[in-house]
Design a protein around this ligand. Structure first.
Ligand code: HEM
Length: 518
């Protein structure tokens, strides 16, 4: 059989069943909203295909042409899913709508491919998870500060080295990954699980395979092929999920049994148990936050799945912020100011064990925010699906039907001259309240890293804004302060180009830095 015939035959076998059995395109393209780019069916297909490497420019173009005039526009996702991008004026309206009108759950699962990689995701369990993050990981870090610092400083010492006599070349993204992962693992899983090599390996593989497969499926595979190809993408995810659950499920089972026993004996539930995320999650479940509780393995699997939100964004933000500081003009003295500030606040071992010390680092806080302002990890944000039957009418008067996916151009908005002075310039201390005259540019209002508003959407905004941002900020500040005090780190000259892939902007993965223990 000639090759073209074979290709057509295979495509027919794959595409047709996909259309027939699952063939409802996610999202709609309301006729009254304009598309970005030239009109026409084939042009839209072309723009969709170019979305992988040109999404950044496409969105910035649409933002200037439509959003800047208060109008929405449509871009076609690289997987041919149309997305309505709403202007900055609509952000408050968007986040104010209740979940039964606009939901973020379905759209995230479709756009990141989770719907196909973990089809048994249980809606009730994520509410419990978000509750636990809100309750235990927003303010009171004192209860795990000692454990966190213990793991974090060991991870940094081992990764960057203790030899004071010679310099060491370190791959920054890899080092940040190891340090942040170990630190967070200690808080989430506690000892001894966080040091069990077998578990840690399979958990990381599960985490990575889900992230990689999710990004490929969500950014490259057209929507009509996902239900079919999703089965193949699931293979590594399923493999590592089973492996890691072999360790985790018995712990969930054991602690649940203990809690049952405590309830029978009238002892406070959760007492005498490790004060970690597993216990908090099970406690939340017992307090009625697991609706129709499934079996332990499913609960443990969800736990793993949700925990993924802890890691990648924190690692990427840490890597980008460090690269921004080290590649800025050395004469500005940005990194040196971070060192000075850290040395002032961390003078004794006790300062490291006091969780509140991190709140005394305004310059570092501002530098982290500036990095996320200039380069939010996802150039789009606040994704929502309209689920009310009647659809919704945007403040601009445009009606959008049920099923439409809407989103906001986070990167363009955070780099808009109307909202930030000289937005293209890296000014790490632009958010510091300047009481004295300094050598640094002073544009912008004093705001903290974790403050969300309609001009800073890198953590989302409103009811579903990231509840883990205080924890991420806490971990990153400890990591930066420890490195600043204990290591000589060389400036790296010209900033390495960022990787832009579909909707994501991530730091160059191969950048090395030169360090020496002080
Ligand atoms: C710098 C690191 C981080 C960034 C940039 C980030 C960013 C985000 C963004 C953009 C959202 C979506 C908000 C929306 O849909 O409106 C989100 C949601 C979420 N994040 Fe984070 N995040 C980070 C770290 C963390 C950490 C460390 C945790 C856990 C401790 C966490 C837990 C969550 C959870 C549970 C949600 C879902 C909230 C909900 O649906 O109500 N994140 N995050």
């Amino acid at each position: 059989m000639p090759y073209p015939a074979i290709i057509i035959y295979i495509l027919g076998l794959v595409v047709l069943p996909s259309f027939i059995f699952w063939g409802k395109r996610p999202s709609k393209s309301p006729p009254q909203v304009k598309w970005v780019g030239k009109p026409g069916f084939f042009m839209r297909i072309w723009l969709s295909l170019r979305g992988i490497d040109e999404r950044f420019d496409q969105i910035r173009h649409g933002y200037r042409k439509f959003n800047a005039k208060g109008l929405p526009f449509i871009i076609s996702d690289s997987t041919f899913i149309p997305l309505v991008v709403t202007p900055p004026e609509h952000v408050k309206w968007l986040i104010g709508k209740p979940d039964h009108i606009l939901t973020q759950r379905t759209v995230i699962r479709e756009l990141l491919g989770f719907k196909y990689l973990l089809p048994d995701l249980h809606h009730g369990l994520d509410v419990a998870f978000t509750d636990v993050v809100r309750r235990h990981m927003t303010r009171d870090f004192g209860k795990f500060q000692e454990a966190l610092y213990d793991e974090l400083h060991q991870a940094i010492d081992e990764t960057l080295g203790l030899d004071q006599s010679s310099q060491r070349q370190v791959c920054l993204p890899k080092a940040m990954e190891t340090i942040v992962q170990r630190s967070i693992d200690r808080v989430v899983f506690g000892l001894p699980l966080c040091r069990d090599n077998g578990y840690v390996r399979s958990w990381r593989k599960f985490n990575n395979s889900l992230a990689i497969m999710g990004v490929i499926l969500g950014l490259i595979v057209p929507w009509f092929l996902r239900p079919f190809l999703g089965w193949f993408f699931r293979i590594p995810v399923e493999f590592w999920r089973r492996r890691s659950l072999k360790y985790l499920t018995p712990i969930f089972q054991e602690r649940s049994k203990q809690m049952e026993e405590q309830k029978r004996k009238g002892i406070p539930i959760g007492s005498d148990m490790p004060d970690d995320f597993i216990t908090w999650y099970l406690q939340a479940g017992r307090n009625g936050r697991f609706h129709n509780p499934p079996d332990y393995s499913t609960i443990a699997m969800h736990f793993h799945f949700f925990c993924i939100s802890f890691y990648k964004s924190t690692i990427m933000t840490g890597t980008s912020a460090m690269l921004d500081l080290l590649s800025a003009d050395p004469t500005m003295g940005y990194w040196e100011k971070i060192i000075e500030e850290a040395m002032t606040e961390y003078q004794t071992e006790g300062d490291w064990l006091e969780a509140r010390t991190v709140s005394k680092l305004p310059y570092l806080d501002s530098a982290l925010r500036e990095t996320l302002r200039r380069n939010p990890m996802n150039i789009r944000g606040i994704p929502r699906e309209i689920i009310s039957k009647e659809g919704v009418t945007l403040p601009s008067g445009t009606h959008l039907p049920q099923g439409t996916f809407v989103t906001t151009a986070v990167d363009s908005l955070q780099n808009d001259k109307r909202f930030y002075e000289n937005p293209e310039e890296y000014q790490p201390f632009r958010f510091v309240a300047h009481s004295e005259s300094t050598a640094w540019p002073q544009a912008g209002e004093a705001t903290s890293f974790t403050t969300t508003n309609d001009k800073f959407l890198a953590f989302g905004y409103g009811r579903h804004g990231c509840p883990g941002r205080w924890f991420a900020s806490h971990v990153l500040k400890l990591v930066f302060a420890y490195i600043a005090i204990h290591y000589d780190v060389q400036h790296i000259g010209k900033p390495p180009p960022k990787i832009r892939f579909g909707d994501f902007t991530i730091p160059s993965l191969a950048t090395t830095i030169t360090v020496r223990r002080k």
